[in-house]
Every structure is written in structure tokens, then in C-alpha cells.
Ligand binder design. Structure first.
Ligand SMILES: CC(C)(COP(=O)(O)OP(=O)(O)OC[C@H]1O[C@@H](n2cnc3c(N)ncnc32)[C@H](O)[C@@H]1OP(=O)(O)O)[C@@H](O)C(=O)NCCC(=O)NCCS
Length: 176
């Protein structure tokens, strides 16, 4: 069998961190991988417009190759807790771009956004079976403070409700 000669090309990509715009919503489906979250993306975007959530994207040439969403405190909760707290979730990086520091960069950018807005603490959930995610969060200074049954549901693009059962660690970090 003939040996195929392998050639390579080093790509240097400029990644920009920015908030999602309406045009990004179909792109967040990543060509079918997350089509089932179409309504979730739409609702989250509307919540971003109302100042309740942020959709932070890692953009390459206008395409979101990574994302992290941020749920911001409601006024009443802030007053009750005596500080502004935010919850990070849906951190994901496209497979081909993983293990190059992008997940870490998204966490750093999310924290920077929150510091600028006066937030004092942040939490994130790591699925108990996702050791890599827990390791990543611990490296970024998050500590396990609680656990949760991780029961939630979403309505997919065809209107079908899905129930998710994903026990997780609740991890927290002070922003200082
Ligand atoms: C979890 C996730 C967001 C991490 O994204 P990522 O871009 O791979 O994250 P990073 O590159 O910053 O770090 C991941 C690993 O790559 C390593 N790494 C970072 N830069 C590297 C580089 N240049 N060369 C080699 N390895 C590198 C990190 O040290 C880390 O190693 P570890 O797994 O041994 O701790 C990604 O794996 C993902 O999208 N997974 C699917 C969704 C998911 O599980 N999300 C979390 C929900 S709880």
C-alpha cells in the first residue's frame, strides 16, 4: 500500500470574545449538534436583551466556536445576599478547538465581565461524571460548596419537553 505523504499548515486564529447578537443564534446550533437547544438560545438571547443573562461567545471569523452563558442576579437576591452573585453555565468549545486554552479563556473573560459590573462571587455546576470540567474549574479557583440533583428540562425545536437528570457539584469562587 502506498504511503500517503502528510503535509501540514499551521493556522493562527484570532479569537474575539463578545456578546451574542441575534444573527449568532442559528450558528450556536453548530450545524445540527445543538439544534435541540434552538428555543433555549432564543429565550436566553431575549433574557440578555432584558439584562438578565449574558451570552459570551468566542468568535472566529464571525462564527462562535465556544460559548459560556451567565445568569445575573436579580435585584432582590442581591439585597438579600449582600453581594452580587452570578451563575455560569453552558460552557462549551467545539471539539476541534478543545485543549488549546479556549475553555479557560472563556472563564477568564466571563469573570472579567462580572468584575467590571461589580459582581463579588460566581458559581458554576460541574456534572459529577465530568472530571475534566471539575478539574478546569478548580484550576480557576472554584471550590465545591454543594451538590445538586441537577434536574432541569427544556423544550426542543419541535416542541417536545426533555427532562435532564445530571447530578452535579456546585462550585463557587469569590471574585475579589
Ligand atoms: C470543558 C470544555 C469547555 C473545556 O474546553 P477547552 O477549550 O478544552 O479547555 P482548556 O483548553 O482551557 O483546558 C482543557 C485541557 O486542555 C489543556 N490545555 C490547555 N491548553 C493546552 C495546549 N495548548 N496544549 C495542550 N493542552 C492544553 C488544559 O491544561 C486542560 O487539561 P486537563 O483536562 O488535563 O485539565 C470542553 O472540553 C467542552 O466543551 N466539553 C464539552 C461540554 C462540557 O463538558 N462543558 C462543561 C459542562 S459541566
Amino acid at each position: 500500500m502506498a504511503t500517503l505523504e502528510c503535509r501540514s499548515l499551521d493556522l493562527h486564529l484570532k479569537v474575539t470574545f463578545r456578546l451574542a447578537e441575534r444573527d449568532d443564534l442559528p450558528k450556536l446550533e453548530w450545524y445540527g449538534k445543538y439544534t435541540h437547544f434552538r428555543r433555549v438560545f432564543q429565550r436566553t438571547y431575549e433574557e440578555q436583551l432584558r439584562g438578565e443573562r449574558l451570552m459570551l461567545l468566542a468568535d472566529v471569523n464571525g462564527f462562535p466556536i465556544g460559548q459560556i452563558f451567565i445568569q445575573l442576579d436579580k435585584q432582590a437576591e442581591q439585597l438579600q445576599a449582600g453581594g452580587k452573585h452570578a451563575y455560569l453555565y453552558s460552557l462549551r468549545v467545539m471539539d476541534a478547538f478543545q485543549r488549546q486554552g479556549l475553555g479557560s479563556a472563556l472563564l477568564r473573560e466571563a469573570e472579567a465581565l462580572l468584575r467590571e459590573r461589580g459582581y463579588t462571587s460566581v458559581s458554576i455546576a460541574a456534572a459529577k461524571e465530568n472530571d475534566a470540567a471539575r478539574r478546569l474549574y478548580e484550576r480557576h479557583g472554584f471550590q465545591v460548596v454543594d451538590e445538586d440533583a441537577g434536574r432541569w428540562s427544556y423544550v426542543d425545536h419541535e416542541g417536545v419537553t426533555h427532562y435532564v437528570n445530571e447530578p452535579c457539584w456546585i462550585m463557587e469562587k469569590w471574585l475579589g
